[in-house]
Design a protein around this ligand. Structure first.
Ligand SMILES: Nc1ncnc2c1ncn2[C@@H]1O[C@H](COP(=O)(O)OP(=O)(O)OP(=O)(O)O)[C@@H](O)[C@H]1O
Ligand SMILES: [Mg+2]
Length: 627
């Protein structure tokens, strides 16, 4: 890599695998650009607000966990105090033949341990429930939110990144909740308890111990700052690995077709290595912190033992108190390594939560209406409705204007064919009508109602688009046809399939309509998929049906059959049929020729064929090709 971006200055080091695989650099750079969107902009405080909103419903249970920990720590920290009592009181009493204090100490110690164990069990049980509920809620939110976001969001934010949000990022939050948070609260509580007990036992020793908190705190601060950066890099690096993985496997066919395996492997090696390196850096930061804090701890213990020994010899300090102080200090400093672990999980959880918060802060660019409107009942017994593009202009976020200023009226029930060269804006027109996007100016009206004001179920019933992709979801063929109307009966499903000419091939599948499309034998061809998609649209029974290259995978007889079926299917509906094959145009009442986002010809097929315009030329060329 030659030009690391300013956002990640320390990602590169010389003598990387990068330099050995120059072929891989382009794709790696593309992934780098995608990194920029890994942390989506979110309003300040969004991360904290997200965490609070996740915990808010469990406030009583969180309070209970804190109470349980408070009691548990009290039971745990009683130990050294009992030891001091044993040395300074029970042993002298024993010399006077009084076994009472020793028995009391022993019983007390046993009781405290039992109580501590029981309290800890209770704490873990409650805390585990809290963390599971938080994660359940969070995963649900990510799914719902991502699904609700508009098409243009998904065009920019890859599915790999979404997967990484709902797996790796949720997982790092789990680590924090399950392990880290308990650690932190325990450490803080024991610091408070022990400092108080030491000061109470002996002001001087207590003061020395408390003084050691200063450098420890400084170390923690330093570690947090440095580790924060490393952890953010690490989580970005792991996300890149996941993105590359998902993208490659999703595109496995073009990968095979273009023999991209070696280049992909090189790219993956670079990303994988980058992740490994950030991981290594994180471990080194951790090691520095642990060694530094142990140095502070051991120095303090040594100081207290030295000074305490002199004072015991002087008779100004009881031996038991010194023993208790040393025991307390050990207990105080032991969890410091674990505090580092906690900070680790805190850092990665914070980085992850920031990303999730950024995702959840995205608002759909095609929002649901604040005051949803219903459509008036259809004017005739036919389902079709009038469509108006009223001074619409539109451009994609990433490009220039695609539709400069677009006016078009489609009367209810009209079948309109839209033709035009590649990139003319036909699909864009269709996507605006299906409200995948909203126009940047102007309105798209369905029977006089702006699509933006239309209630979601109304829009779903109103406009259905069938595209070239004809995506099938896992499930049976029947499930796939019924997606637009889940309550449809088997008869209705079969009727739709028959109307479109899909019944014969479906009946020939191993389990007919119950064949699982993801299982062996359920694999169906591209053309068959399109037929299923057609049946799906027909069953949904929309007022406006849009077919965007929906017959492009069908063979000529297949297309003919669909066309014949379509005259019945489209009857009474408003239909927009986009097709490169001019044969489709024959079923249309009206033909629009589009160029550069404008309509350049508009008329009945016969008029246009008889004329001298572009369509007449196209039609002549097509006729000639058939001859
Ligand atoms: N998601 C998108 N983001 C950015 N630009 C886009 C997007 N989709 C299409 N465009 C651009 O908008 C213009 C019109 O594209 P559109 O898909 O509407 O063309 P089309 O007429 O359907 O072409 P085709 O016949 O090839 O399907 C093209 O210049 C294209 O580059
Ligand atoms: Mg198109």
């Amino acid at each position: 890599m030659t030009a690391p971006t300013a956002a990640a200055p320390d990602r590169e080091q010389p003598k990387d695998p990068e330099s050995r695989h120059p072929a891989g650099t382009e794709a790696v750079r593309a992934t780098d650009d995608a990194f920029d969107q890994d942390v989506l902009p979110s309003p300040p405080g969004a991360t904290g607000a997200l965490l609070r909103s996740l915990l808010a419903p469990m406030r009583p249970r969180v309070a209970l966990t804190v109470l349980l920990l408070l009691l548990q720590q009290a039971a745990v920290q009683a130990g050294p105090l009992l030891v001091a009592y044993a040395i300074d009181h029970a042993v002298p009493a024993l010399r006077d033949d009084d076994r009472g204090p020793l028995i009391a100490v022993g019983a007390g110690y046993l009781l405290c341990s039992l109580a501590a164990g029981a309290l800890q069990y209770g704490f873990i049980a409650v805390a585990a429930r809290v963390s599971q509920d938080v994660l359940l809620d969070l995963r649900g939110r990510i799914f719902r939110h991502a699904q609700a976001l508009s098409v243009d969001f998904h065009e920019r934010y890859t599915s790999g990144r979404l997967i990484s949000r709902s797996t790796a990022d949720v997982e790092s939050l789990r680590e924090l909740l399950d392990e880290g948070l308990q650690e932190l609260v325990t450490v803080i509580l024991s610091f408070v308890y022990i400092a108080a007990l030491l000061l109470w036992l002996d002001l001087g020793l207590g003061a020395v111990a408390v003084a050691s908190f200063g450098p420890l705190y400084a170390l923690v601060r330093l570690y947090r700052r440095r580790a924060g950066r490393v952890y953010r890099q690490r989580s970005t690096a792991i996300a890149a690995v996941i993105v590359k993985f998902v993208e490659t496997m999703n595109g496995i066919r073009p990968v095979r077709a273009f023999r991209r395996e070696a280049a992909n492997e090189a790219d993956f090696a670079v990303l994988n290595r980058r992740h490994e390196r950030t991981n290594g850096n994180a471990l080194l930061e951790m090691a520095r912190y642990v060694i530094g804090s142990r140095l502070v701890a051991n120095t303090t213990v040594a100081g207290i033992v030295l000074w305490g020994a002199y004072r015991v010899a002087d008779g100004t300090l009881a031996l038991g108190v010194l023993a208790a102080a040393v025991l307390y200090l050990r207990r105080l400093y032991d969890p410091i390594d674990r505090l580092g672990m906690f900070l680790n999980s805190y850092q990665s959880a914070a980085a992850s939560l920031e990303k999730i918060a950024g995702l959840l802060a995205q608002t759909p660019s095609v929002p649901e209406p604040a005051a949803p409107k219903e459509l008036p009942p259809p004017a005739s017994e036919h389902p079709g409705r009038e469509v108006v593009f009223d001074a619409v202009s539109f451009g994609y976020r990433t490009g220039g204007e695609v539709l400069p200023r677009f006016d078009l009226t489609l009367p209810a029930g009209q079948t309109v064919a839209v033709v035009g060269s590649t990139g003319a804006g036909k699909s864009t027109l269709a996507k605006l009508l299906a409200r995948f996007y909203d126009p940047s100016a102007g309105r798209v009206l369905l029977d006089g109602t702006d699509l933006r004001d239309l209630a979601v179920p109304e829009l779903r019933r109103g406009v259905v688009m069938v595209t070239q992709e004809a995506f099938l979801f896992s499930g049976t063929v029947a499930d796939n046809i019924a997606i637009g109307r889940p309550e449809a009966t088997r008869e209705e499903i079969e009727r739709a399939a028959k109307a479109i000419g899909a019944h014969d091939f479906i009946a020939a599948l191993p389990d007919g309509y119950d064949t699982d499309v993801r299982k062996r034998g359920g694999r169906i061809s591209a053309g068959q998929r399109q037929l299923v998609a057609f049946a799906r649209a027909l069953l949904a029974d929309p007022a406006v049906l849009i077919l965007d290259e929906a017959t492009s995978s069908l063979d000529v007889p297949g297309e003919r059959a669909v066309q014949r079926a379509m005259t019945t299917v489209l009857k009474g509906r408003t239909a927009v049929v986009i097709a490169h094959r001019l044969s489709t145009v024959e079923i249309a009442d009206r033909v629009l020729v589009m160029e550069h986002g404008r309509i350049v010809e508009d008329g009945t097929p016969d008029e246009l064929v008889a004329g001298t315009g572009r369509f007449a030329d196209l039609h002549r060329a097509w006729r000639d090709s058939l001859a």
